[in-house]
Design a protein around this ligand. Structure first.
Ligand code: 5RP
Length: 222
C-alpha cells in the first residue's frame, strides 16, 4: 500500500506560499494548518487565505482545523474546494453531523485527536469519517519531538479499521522524520504530515521521496 506524504505548510515561508507549493510537487497533498490562538496558542490564517491557496495550489488541500467552533467554520473550507477538512474531536459539538456536512460539500471528512484524547468513543463511528488524524505532538507548533506514547492509539485504530473494513485513512502529524515515520507506519499509519523535515531540507521534493520510500516498506494494508 502506498504511503501518502502531506507536507505541512506551517514550516513553509509564509511570505512566499505560492512558490513554496512549487517545491513540493512530489507530495500527495499540502497540509494546511489553520490555528486560531484559542484552541491552540498559535495563530496562522483563516478561510480567506485558504480559499486563495486553493485557487493557486497544484496540490489538493488537506486542511487541519486547530480552531474552536469547527461546527461553524469547517463547512466553508469544504465549499472553498478543500480535498479534505479535518476538525478536532475536542472542539466539535456534533462531530457526526459536521462530518456529514463536509461530505455533502464534496470534501473528505477528517477527525483529529490530540495526544491525550482517547480514541475509544470514535471506534464505532469510523464509517462517518474518511480520515482519522492522530496528533503525535501537542498541536500548535512545528519542529516538536514525536511522541511514541501516541502509538498504542494508532494501533487500536488500525485494528478497528481492519476489523470493520471501514475505508478510513490513518494520518499522523508532528515530529515525523525519516526515523519516526517507520514507527508510525509500523503502528498502522498510511498518511504522514511532515513540516520541518520537508521544508527545512535543501530539496523538499527529495525529502518527500525519502519519507515515502522509508514508509512504503512498513505501511500495512487495512
Ligand atoms: O499541526 C501541526 C502542529 O500543530 C504541524 O502540522 C506539525 O507540527 C508539523 O510540523 P513538524 O513536522 O515540524 O512537527
Amino acid at each position: 500500500m502506498p504511503a501518502r506524504i502531506n507536507p505541512s505548510i506551517l514550516s513553509a515561508d509564509f511570505a512566499n506560499l505560492e512558490s513554496e507549493l512549487g517545491r513540493i510537487r512530489g507530495a500527495d497533498a499540502v497540509h494546511v494548518d489553520i490555528m486560531d490562538n484559542h484552541f491552540v496558542p498559535n495563530l496562522t490564517f483563516g478561510l480567506q487565505m485558504a480559499t486563495r491557496l486553493q485557487q493557486v495550489s497544484p496540490l489538493p488541500l488537506d486542511v487541519h482545523l486547530m480552531i474552536d467552533d469547527p461546527d461553524r467554520w469547517a463547512p466553508g473550507y469544504a465549499e472553498a474546494g478543500a480535498f479534505s477538512v479535518t476538525f478536532h474531536a475536542e472542539a466539535a459539538q456534533e462531530p457526526i453531523a459536521l462530518a456529514r456536512a463536509l461530505r455533502e460539500r464534496g470534501a473528505r471528512a477528517g477527525l483529529a485527536l490530540k495526544p491525550g484524547t482517547p480514541v475509544e468513543p470514535y471506534l464505532e463511528m469510523l464509517d462517518e469519517f474518511d480520515q482519522i488524524l492522530v496528533m503525535t505532538v501537542e498541536p500548535g507548533f512545528g519542529g516538536q519531538s514525536f511522541m511514541p506514547s501516541t502509538m498504542p492509539k494508532l494501533t487500536r485504530l488500525a485494528d478497528a479499521v481492519r476489523r470493520t473494513g471501514a475505508d478510513v485513512w490513518l494520518q499522523v502529524d508532528g515530529g515525523i522524520t525519516a526515523e519516526t515515520i517507520l514507527v508510525a507506519a509500523e503502528a498502522g499509519a498510511d498518511t504522514f504530515v511532515a513540516g520541518s523535515a520537508v521544508f527545512n531540507a535543501d530539496v523538499p521534493d527529495d525529502a518527500i521521496a525519502g519519507l515515502r520510500a522509508a514508509a512504503a516498506s512498513h505501511v500495512h494494508g487495512h
